[in-house]
Design a protein around this ligand. Sequence first.
Ligand SMILES: [Zn+2]
Ligand SMILES: [Zn+2]
Length: 456
Amino acid sequence: MAANEEIRQFLAGRIWLRQLLPFPQEAIDEAIQQRSIQQIKGVKVKTTWHGKHYTCNRCLNENQMRFTVFQCAQCEAPCAYCRHCLNMGRVSCCSELVIWTGEAPLFPTEHRMNWQGNLTPAQQKATGELLESTKQSVSHLLYAVCGSGKTEMLFQPIHYLLKEGKRVCLAAPRVDVILELLPRLQAAFPDTIVEALYGGAEVERFDAQLILATTHQLYRFHEAFDAVFVDEADAFPYTAEETLQQAVRKAAKPNSPIHFVTATPSAQLLAMNKKQGNISLLARRYHGQPLPVPRHEALWNYDKQLKKKRIPKKLLDWTQNCLNNGQPFLIFFHQIELMELAEPLFQQLDGKICAVHAEHADRKERVQLLRKKEIPGLLTTTILERGITIPNVQVAVVGAEQTIFNKGALIQIGGRVGRSVPHTSGDFVLFHQGVTSAMDEAKREICKLNKTEVPL
Ligand SMILES: [Zn+2]
Ligand SMILES: [Zn+2]
């Protein structure tokens, strides 16, 4: 029984490769016999008239291009494994996945919420609506502009669920967002077991009641959560990958609500929630000031000029102006190569200016240095488009016409400006070689939100 209890603690709500379970084979066999564990094939094979069709039972990948057929030593036959979730351990036709089907674990119902801040009336209204949807198990889209204080609006619904003894997941596509959320959630719920899961995380507790996870990690869950909150729902790669959306659905218990929180919902997400759920719009920042409206500035041949080791005049003047005024700045580039070409040129203006992109392990520290005013400005890729707050930051986009700067990305980038009191505004300039419809749409949406008082 004690062994069973340990297995339950580890396995409840998860879908795991049997061979990777840290328990003796006899204990697992016994649990299977007692029907506390169900065993399923790693990859499901269906024979159709044009050959074999594979489905991964862990990540639900059905893209046949993402399976590799090989001569398997274990089953001594042609076998196939899923490449889509390969980094979590190889799942093949002959490997076994296990699911806990025994008695469900009970979670504590006593939870303290320790958060001193105040919600604005608009935040209160939105959080109340989200709570109501949570109680009714209806999915909810919280459409809240950048700088409106989204995280705080989740506290009340999460607290409600925890006190009901429910298990809750807060998922986000990017690990940066998870790392930013973790200390805030731990501080808000000091008595609750909170665990953060992401690639390379050291997992201590498998039975945490509140789990923060990158959406990829949800492949490892099976009907675990009574509610899932997907933060930054529109961020790459969540929208791009259907399997990730299925993973979120699979990680939630049937009929549990999946809530979305974002400043830039896709048309698809809006349509889905108009049809089957509820929507709250929060068009005001918490400090009540309008969102910065982008300025369009033509910057012809910026790439050619940078390649000739020259900063285009308008960009040079803009940067010099920030340096003279002691205002921190972010300059967004669409391409790492172009940014790295520009880095030494900007360093001639100030030796401390530097560049960050996804591969830089120390990008957090560099952002921290900018916040502390130890460096004057950063050149960056879209990696810094969301999740960061730097008081009084000024923002420029170089090459705003590039396709990577879609409407959502531009709105997120502009959302970095004017976030904190007393600097509730600032410059948001789009340097371009030809205005795109994404630029127009971003500007139109920002202006519309600034005028909005009533929900959609
Ligand atoms: Zn898979
Ligand atoms: Zn095999």
